[in-house]
Design a protein around this ligand. Structure first.
Ligand code: 5AD
Ligand code: SF4
Length: 432
């Protein structure tokens, strides 16, 4: 039996793409998945290109894999960096057997047989391809609802690696949800680059459906207990969507609201389509409608033209919204993107200082935010064993919560009273 090793960088979309690759190779080609690259006959790396760092990492990583791999084993590069570098990867690393871009995942069996193959067509339509089933977790199911992205945020490479947005037909999504539930998953995680733009374009025929309708459909599937989704765009957070989010008991009360910047001037240069005021209004509305909600966000500091006063506005929004989680990044100029050409790039040390300030401020906020959890009761869905005799899971509003326990809690939903708090995770005891 041939053995497959796969390494995944980047976002949840990539995790799902890796699952699809594993499914195609294990179900249809008889591969067996292994964790040790030295054993493998095929070594894949599923890459991310959203910032420069992971791209550097790619070349050092495949160099390493090439050194340790078995005689005759093949290396393939998949994902977003595969899309944007294409054949350059084979030029720089001639030991790579094939390059398979994001959105070309369904061609994995085909490129396997073609030494030197480069499949990186960003117009390829896989929205209705019937992948074999493979899930890394029996408890939770990642399900794609769209491919690609129609936004053209001026910092972002994704439209050039994953192409235009196509929604997956709702009947296919519902069928996949039914299969996942039949396989034991109680939690469904809907994925897309811009989930609440769902329904704008299908590749077969038009349909009248939006993301709110899709959420209702998925929640009506018997056996679905929890629904999460990522990423929504703040621009499309209309009242109807927030209303469904607030009132549908199956929808988990955690929302990702990527701010990027708190300055309307910078948001305009980023082509985000909303203002600081709109963002604040949506966040406030959300907190009013769902008092238990946890809001996470993405912030870029040092975007070209960002001045001290713009950064202060970002800080102001952070203080006002009290985000429970912030993923913060220094702006990284990316190939093919308009912002890369802007003249007023921010010096690295200025961006670095802003990033540290933002992260320090948030760490202080996190102490207060987490201390408020003491004594509260959360409904936790357990899915992972932890060292030291613990089992961990997520609360409805996406706190990581661990309790003393073992396998018997896996796949179970329990009420837990919080007895110890921390910035990143909580600890508690099941309530009898
Ligand atoms: N530089 C820095 N961060 C970026 N992101 C996307 N593109 C860039 C870039 N060029 C961040 C955004 C996005 C997250 C996934 O990555 O904050 O929401
Ligand atoms: Fe990285 Fe973006 Fe591609 Fe996800 S879609 S792997 S975050 S570049």
């Amino acid at each position: 039996m041939r053995k497959l090793y796969i390494e995944t960088l980047g976002c949840a979309m990539n995790v799902r793409d890796s699952e699809h690759i594993i499914a195609e190779l294990t179900e249809k080609e008889g591969f067996q998945l292994v964790e040790d690259p030295k054993e493998a006959d095929l070594l894949l790396i599923n890459t991310c290109s959203v910032r420069e760092k992971p791209v550097h990492k790619l070349f050092s990583e495949i160099g390493y894999l090439n050194k340790i791999k078995r005689e005759g084993a093949k290396i393939g590069v998949c994902g977003c960096t595969a899309s944007h570098l294409g054949e350059e990867i084979i030029k720089r690393a001639p030991y790579v057997s094939f390059v398979l871009g994001a959105r070309n995942v369904s061609k994995i069996r085909d490129v396997l047989e073609r030494e030197g193959a480069v499949e990186v067509d960003i117009d390829h339509d896989e929205s209705q391809y019937a992948f074999s089933d493979y899930r890394s977790s029996p408890y939770k199911a990642l399900i794609n609802i769209s491919i690609g992205c129609d936004k053209r945020c001026t910092f972002c490479i994704v439209p050039y690696t994953r192409g235009d947005e196509i929604s997956i037909p709702p009947e296919l999504i519902v069928r996949e949800v039914e299969r996942a539930v039949a396989g034991g998953a109680k939690e469904i995680f809907l994925l897309g680059q811009n989930v609440n733009n769902y329904g704008r374009r299908f590749s077969d025929r038009e349909r009248k459906i939006d993301f709110t309708d899709l959420l209702k459909m998925v929640s009506e599937v018997d056996g679905v207990e929890r629904i999460r989704f990522t990423s929504p765009h703040p621009l499309h957070m209309d009242d109807r969507f927030l209303q469904e989010f607030a009132t549908n008991p199956k929808i988990c009360k955690s929302m990702h609201m990527p701010l990027q910047s708190g300055s309307t001037r910078i948001l305009r240069r980023m082509k985000r389509g909303y203002t600081k005021e709109w963002f604040l209004d949506r966040a406030q509305r959300l907190r009013e409608m769902v008092p238990t909600v946890r809001i996470s966000t993405d912030i870029i500091v040092g975007f070209p033209g960002e001045e001290e006063r713009d950064f202060e506005e970002t800080i102001e929004v952070v203080r006002k919204v009290q985000f429970e989680q912030i993923f913060s990044f220094k702006y990284s100029p990316r190939p093919l993107t308009p912002a890369r050409e802007y003249r007023d790039q921010v010096p690295d040390e200025v961006a670095g200082r802003r990033l540290s300030l933002l992260q320090e401020l948030h760490l202080q906020m996190l102490d207060e935010i987490s201390e408020r959890e003491m004594g509260k009761i959360h409904q936790v869905y357990f899915d992972e064993l932890k060292p030291g005799g613990y089992v961990a899971g997520r609360s409805d509003n996406n706190w990581i919560v661990k309790v003393k326990g073992s396998e018997e809690l896996l796949g179970e939903m329990r009420a837990v009273r919080i007895t110890k708090t921390g910035r990143l995770a909580l600890e508690g005891e099941p309530v009898a």
